[in-house]
Design a protein around this ligand. Structure first.
Ligand code: SIN
Length: 483
């Protein structure tokens, strides 16, 4: 059987694409674990939108400033011009964003936005609410625990994908259009805010097939994650907290961020992360997020999930400050796409959301532009594919379908080393010596007889290191500090 669409990934981008495909089409969505294991589910702060026509140039400008003008301006324009219509469409379909006292949409402010233009839902559970809404709207089958290990590619056409449906068995799916929406790379870093399922395998498959990745050195670190848990995935303390008055202090309650940037806590994310990292390195002082400017009742209502999570971890907000650190958060780089969300030089292969790179985010993503990107570029992918109406002929795919061993005993140790290597070298602050050493280690690991999934992760990590070594000067999230 040939599906009309195969969608790889069930986060916001994949599910919104599925929502927009006409009902009579045959669509299959596959995701690596449960649908909840995606970064959308963990997104707290919100979704940005240009408020109106007058705000479009301002939103564009904020995105370009945060991205240090490394952005693809056309992609930024597309994002901003389509933002309000995409949001209004979801509202029309029944998604409820939080309202203010006048029963109007409540827009908040986050770092590096000139004005409040971020919508949120259930206070600080925006991603989760959008995800639940899109899952409810999804009328197509979703196969869970389906781990993609190959794309069927021949002559600029993607015929489908191959996935593990258990430890030892594989399945092949053929489709007229394949949409990659599998998310970023968080789990190849030791500390991150991502779903543990997000580990960059699809990017690795692309590298193996000579499909170009773009801006892979551009990895974003969120400035404020809670430091006190032992898991790799760190609880996020949303940017919206700082947008509404939380501030960063050292153990002596000094607000040191103004020593680094005139906007202090509200400087672009790369600047805030780097400043916290640098200050901690220089002074060895513990860094905290302080909530003392908040009223308790307001805090509990506006940030109910953060309040409850931190309460469970033993903190009474807003009265107590909590220890923080930056952690890996978001990949600006990914599979290179054109302005139709199509993977460059392919007829029927699309990439959307965090796995893709149109150049929209430049060298540093503006807060809350990622959920918006998922909405806008998934819509564009569906419009383009419906217009092209491309059909594969399954018989024309003549390559052998290869079996790969999923995991090997040796993988676990190397996986952990990989996370450490990436955290220590392709990090908030980088230097050529460490990047080169890490690249050598990874090249060496790639000569081992490894499981398929680790092999793909290593390819993705390698491309981050290579891109970081190629860019000799600091730019946005890519910060070079020579020894
Ligand atoms: C946050 O709530 O701080 C995350 C929002 C984002 O990454 O855009």
């Amino acid at each position: 059987m040939v599906y009309d669409y195969l969608i790889i990934g069930a986060g916001l981008a994949g599910l919104n694409a599925a929502r927009l495909i006409p009902k009579h089409k045959k669509v299959l969505i596959i995701c690596k674990k449960s649908p909840w294991e995606c970064n959308t589910f963990y997104a707290q702060g919100g979704v940005a939108t240009a408020l109106n026509e007058a705000d479009i140039p301002v939103h564009i400008n904020d995105t370009l400033i945060a991205g240090v003008h490394h952005n693809n301006v056309k992609a930024v324009e597309i994002l901003s011009r389509n933002s309000r219509a995409c949001i209004d469409d979801l509202i029309k379909e029944g998604l409820e964003f939080d309202l203010n006292a006048q029963d109007k949409l409540a827009f908040t402010k986050e770092a590096a936005h000139s004005i409040p233009r971020i919508l949120h839902a259930d206070g600080d559970a925006t991603g989760r609410m959008m995800h639940v809404f899109l899952l409810e709207k999804c009328h197509h089958p979703i196969i869970t625990d389906a781990v993609v290990n190959d794309l069927l590619i021949q002559d600029g056409i993607c015929y489908g994908a191959k996935y593990y449906d258990s430890e030892t068995s594989e399945k092949v799916v053929y489709a007229n259009n394949v949409i990659i929406a599998s998310g970023g790379i968080g789990s190849i870093y030791k500390y991150h805010t991502n779903s543990p399922a997000v580990a960059g395998e699809l990017q690795g498959i692309c590298l193996e097939k000579n499909i170009e990745l773009k801006d892979m050195e551009m990895m974003q670190f969120h400035p404020t994650v809670f430091k006190g848990t032992s898991y790799a995935r760190k609880p996020l303390l949303s940017e919206a907290l700082r947008g509404e008055g939380a501030y960063v202090v050292d153990e002596d309650n000094k607000r040191f961020l103004f020593d680094y940037h005139k906007d202090g806590e509200l400087a672009p994310r790369d600047v805030v992360s780097r400043s916290i990292f640098d200050y901690n390195e220089k002074t060895n002082k513990q860094i905290y997020l302080s909530f003392e400017s908040f009223d308790k009742e307001f805090f509990q209502k506006r940030f109910p999930n953060i309040y409850a999570n931190l309460h469970e971890l033993g903190y009474e907000l807003p009265f107590e400050r909590v220890p923080i650190s930056p952690a890996f958060h978001y990949a600006m780089g990914g599979i290179k796409i054109d302005l139709n969300s199509k993977v460059v030089s392919f007829k029927n292969l699309y990439a959307i959301g965090e796995v893709s790179c149109s150049g929209l985010h430049g060298a540093n993503r503006l807060a809350s532009n990622s959920l918006l990107e998922g909405l806008v570029f998934s819509k564009i992918a569906i419009e383009d594919s419906l217009k092209n109406n491309f059909k594969i002929s399954q018989k024309k795919y003549t390559k052998n379908v290869k079996f790969y061993v999923r995991n090997k005993d040796i993988d676990k140790k190397i996986k952990n080393n990989l996370r450490k290597i990436m955290w220590e070298s392709a990090s908030i602050s980088r230097n050529k010596t460490d990047l080169s050493k890490s690249l050598q280690l990874i090249d060496n690991y790639l000569t081992y007889d490894l499981g398929r999934l680790l092999f793909l992760r290593l390819l993705t990590a390698k491309s981050i290191l290579e891109s970081a070594l190629k860019r000799e000067k600091s730019l946005g999230a890519h910060y070079i500090k020579e020894n």
